[in-house]
Structure formats: C-alpha cells, structure tokens
Design a binder for this molecule. Structure first.
Ligand code: MN3
Length: 212
C-alpha cells in the first residue's frame, strides 16, 4: 500500500495572518487548493501502484505529470509555505538572526536589499509559480530562484528550499486583486524567520555531509 498523504494542520488560525493575508484566502488556499492537491496526489499514486503491479509502463509515464504537479508544488511547496509564515509579532516579521542574518548580509548587504531582489524576481514570474530563497548544494551559498507552476525546488534543482512564496493568483487575488507587488511587499510582515533559520541550519548540516 502506498503511504497516504494528508493535509497538514495549520500552526495558526485562518484569521491569524490578517491583515496581510485574509482569513478568506487562507481558508480557500488550505481547505480547497491544498486539500485538492493531496486528494489528487493520493489518487495518482494509487493508480501508479496498480500500473506498477501490472507492468504498464505507458500508464506509469502518463501519471508522472500528475504526481509532479500535485505532489511537488501542490503538497511539498504548500506544506513548507504554511511553516514559513507566522502571525505578525508572534514569530512573523522582523528579520533573521544569527547565522542566517550573517549569511544574508554577506550575500545581499542588507535585509532590505535581499527583499528587493526577492520581490523583483518573484514579481516577474510569468503566470503562476513560486519564489524561493534556498541553499545551493554545489556552492553551499544562499541563492534566489523561481519555479514555474507547481514545480518543487527540491527534486528539480540542486537547491534546498528555505523560504518559498506562492505567487499563484489564488494566494492573493481575493484581497490584492492584480497587485502581486503589493502582496509581495506586505508578506515580509508575516515571514517566520525562525522557521527559515532552522531550515538553513539543517540544510547546512546536510550540505556538509553531501558531495552533490
Ligand atoms: Mn497555492
């Protein structure tokens, strides 16, 4: 039996990220969008298992896009995104401390410049996608990246994701309409830098033992 994936609970209330992200957006994003990705991922994996048993290679190949879409961005990215956010003044906002702060400053000079670069790059994504801060396994440096659609960063690049921002319209349109730049400007008030720093530390530990 394939392991069933489940929708993770949010570590805060739907309304807790207001006024930056409305409860309406959070509810639809989590209960409808993320839930649908999990449901569709499980359905695709079940079919995959069946096709595998029967040695149906063409069916296996035909299922791969659905697994990548619903499992990659649908489940991996969203699970990370919820952890990357926290209510303002309850872990959200401010800036990074310690080793992450040092690494960000040595690469971008200041938090403001980092945010400017992140927002410019992420705001320029054509159509749907994700903006990322990650740790490159090759250079062992912090790096910015983007993914189109629901491609997961890990699994499609050599970058370990630390902080991801969803810029699909469903992530902001109910509140910000077409103003993606405003959403990107405001979201830094609810970024959970402690969570990002924890991921940074784990990624560095991973990088110190891997050669890729
Ligand atoms: Mn989304």
């Amino acid at each position: 039996m394939v392991k069933k994936f489940v929708l993770p609970e949010l570590p805060y209330e739907y309304s807790a990220l207001e006024p930056v992200i409305s409860a309406d957006i959070m509810k639809v994003h989590h209960q409808k969008h993320h839930q649908a990705y999990v449901t569709n991922l499980n359905a695709a994996l079940e079919k995959y298992e069946e096709a595998e048993k029967n040695g149906e290679l063409a069916t296996l190949i035909s299922l791969q896009p659905a697994i990548r879409f619903n499992g990659g961005g649908g489940h991996i990215n969203h699970s990370l995104f919820w952890q990357n956010l926290a209510p303002k003044n309850k872990g959200g906002g401010g800036g990074p401390k310690g080793a992450l702060e040092q690494a960000l400053k040595s690469k971008w000079g200041s938090l403001d410049t980092f945010i400017e670069c992140f927002n410019a790059m992420t705001g320029a994504i054509q159509g749907s996608g994700w903006g990322w801060l990650g740790l490159c396994k090759k250079s062992k440096n912090l790096t910015l990246s983007t993914c189109a659609n629901q491609d997961p960063l890990e699994g499609t690049s050599c970058i370990i994701p630390l902080l991801g921002v969803d810029v699909w319209e469903h992530a902001y349109y109910l509140q910000y309409k077409n103003a993606r730049a405003d959403y990107l400007k405001e979201i830094w008030q609810i970024i959970n830098w402690n969570a990002v720093a924890e991921r940074f530390q784990k990624a560095q530990e991973h990088c110190s033992t891997c050669s890729k």
